[in-house]
Ligand binder design. Structure first.
Ligand code: SF4
Length: 273
């Protein structure tokens, strides 16, 4: 397990800092939500029998992927025995198997499996993050925890903004959490607010100059719009029941990658025949 000596800072303090790697480090040291801090650490102490030899990460899980990503995937929160164990988004659980399997099939991930933070997996043009960075009990963060974590997502969006063109939002919780973060990061939300649906597609314009200035120096150079795609979450509940099939997920990812200007395949990311 990696145990970097990150300082604990509140999410509201992060606006004084950049760039993305430093943001990730700051997120990993956050202790703003007492219930989630207690839960993530308790899970790491008790463990699941299958992972009894693991030293759990038991910290907030930062986003994963390059700083110049033009496509962002937004989930819900790390899984107790997935990201909370491995320290990387969607890594080490069945949801991640589905997500990274699809990313690989559309040429955005170097491999179909994500098992640990040092497994060598790389992403091409895409970054994966979540609006809540700590594993919540029963996968249900409270509205207060969601709101407490929003500044981290806002800052991440600001830093990604110069390259960001498309976003796949997994599930209604992520959708509801992401929209205000986009507004705070300088994009304009349509009125009424677009509702989540699988297949929903909405393009957000950049805000007026004051709004863009308020979003920070990185965002001020962002050239324009970002298109959000709604997709059912890759949870076992959805994938086991067939509510979300691999083909449905691939279709959304392909459309978003096209919108983001990512070429279909790079040779080293080409999926197996
Ligand atoms: S959920 Fe977010 S704000 Fe709350 S402790 Fe974790 S990283 Fe910090």
């Amino acid at each position: 397990m990696i145990t970097p000596p990150f300082d604990a800072v509140s999410p509201g303090q992060v606006h004084a800092m950049d760039p993305l790697a430093e943001l990730d480090a700051r997120i990993a040291g956050c202790t703003a939500c007492p219930r989630l801090v207690a839960w993530r650490e308790e899970v790491g102490r008790v463990k699941r029998a299958a992972f009894k030899d693991w030293t759990y990460w038991s910290r907030p899980v930062p986003g994963f992927g390059p700083a110049d990503a033009s496509l962002l995937v937004v989930g819900l929160a790390p899984a107790a025995h997935g990201g909370n164990r491995t320290g990387r988004m969607f890594t080490g659980d069945r949801s991640g198997d589905v997500l990274y399997g699809a990313l690989h099939e559309v040429g955005l991930a170097s491999g179909p499996l994500a098992v640990s933070a040092d497994d060598g997996l790389t992403l091409r043009g895409v970054r994966v993050t979540s609006p809540v960075h700590c594993a919540p009990p029963e996968n249900k963060p409270t509205p207060g925890e969601r709101d407490a974590c929003r500044p981290w997502l806002v800052r991440e969006l600001e830093l990604l903004a110069p390259h960001l063109r498309a976003v796949v939002v997994l599930g209604a919780f992520g959708w509801q959490a992401a929209l205000p973060a986009f507004a705070e990061a300088g994009w304009v939300l349509p009125r009424p607010r677009p509702r989540f649906a699988h297949g929903a597609r909405v393009t957000l314009e950049r805000g007026s100059p004051p709004a863009v200035r308020a979003a920070g120096p990185g965002a001020a150079t962002a050239p324009g719009t970002v298109t959000l795609y709604g997709c059912f979450h890759v949870s076992q509940r959805n994938t086991f029941t067939g509510r979300l099939t691999p083909a449905m997920l691939r279709d959304v990812l392909r459309a978003a990658a096209g919108e983001a200007g990512i070429p279909p395949y790079a040779p080293r990311h080409r999926p197996l025949p």
